[in-house]
Design a protein around this ligand. Structure first.
Ligand code: DC
Length: 223
């Protein structure tokens, strides 16, 4: 099995680029952020806020997160309900980042991610895929872009979904979330030593996909 690990900050285009690159390669695409978002939603539904002043183990013991592929597209289920669309709000992003800093939550989701990579050719994206989840991945990419460009892209996405947000709010949330993701104690976002950096600041979407495919080809041919 071949695994491609793609890590990087929020809004770098990891999901949209990985989805198309995986289609072209005939691999499955696993968006691990969606798993943390589903857990974040569970905590929000249990009445918690980002301080997570609650019984984390107790809530996790009553939580079931599951990934299914419908027509090749990943859907995420929380306690049997498809929450794939519900988890795409600014509040869900902040809750996901908060729960992701907790070791129990990371342990809860780890084996599911490794199993998917054992059983399929995958492009898996997240924050710690090349460093923790799949340290032996065949290809590791650190996908990034400038904060301003990432905020612009994320704003466009949210506005297209009809959400009421401003550039300043998106930029502020994104910078805070990146800071928290990079500075948490456990599995922080960082470039794996053997990862190739792909900066898409100056690239449009198609060129970004091409760049990823080129890196995958080059790195797998080396082996
Ligand atoms: O990729 P995303 O924006 O959907 O991720 C949401 C949050 O989940 C992100 O702020 C940090 C966390 N996350 C993580 O800690 N590890 C991963 N592999 C993926 C996401």
């Amino acid at each position: 099995m071949i695994s491609v690990a793609i890590d990087g900050p929020a809004g770098a285009g990891k999901s949209s680029i990985s989805r198309i690159a995986a289609k072209k390669l005939g691999f499955i695409y696993v968006d691990t952020g969606a798993l943390y978002r589903a857990v974040g939603l569970k905590f929000a539904l249990s009445g918690a806020d980002t301080s997570l002043d609650c019984d984390i183990d107790g809530i996790l013991s009553e939580t079931a997160v599951d990934i299914r592929f419908v027509n090749g597209e990943q859907r995420v289920f929380l306690d049997g309900e498809d929450v794939s669309d519900k988890i795409r709000t600014p509040k869900a992003s902040m809750m996901a980042s908060a729960v992701s800093a907790r070791p129990q939550v990371r342990a809860f989701l780890l084996e599911m991610q490794r199993k998917l990579a054992r059983e399929n050719n995958v492009i898996m994206d997240g924050r710690d895929i090349g460093t923790v989840v799949l340290p032996d991945a065949d290809v590791k990419i650190y996908l990034t872009a400038s904060a301003e460009i990432r905020a612009e892209r994320r704003l466009k996405e949210l506005l297209e979904k009809g959400q009421q947000v401003t550039y300043d709010e998106v930029y502020r949330d994104m910078v805070k979330r990146d800071y928290d993701d990079m500075h948490r104690e456990i599995a922080p976002l960082k470039k794996a030593e053997d990862a190739v950096t792909a900066d898409t600041s100056a690239l449009d979407f198609d060129k970004s996909v091409e760049l990823i495919l080129e890196i995958v080809k080059r790195e797998t041919e080396k082996q």
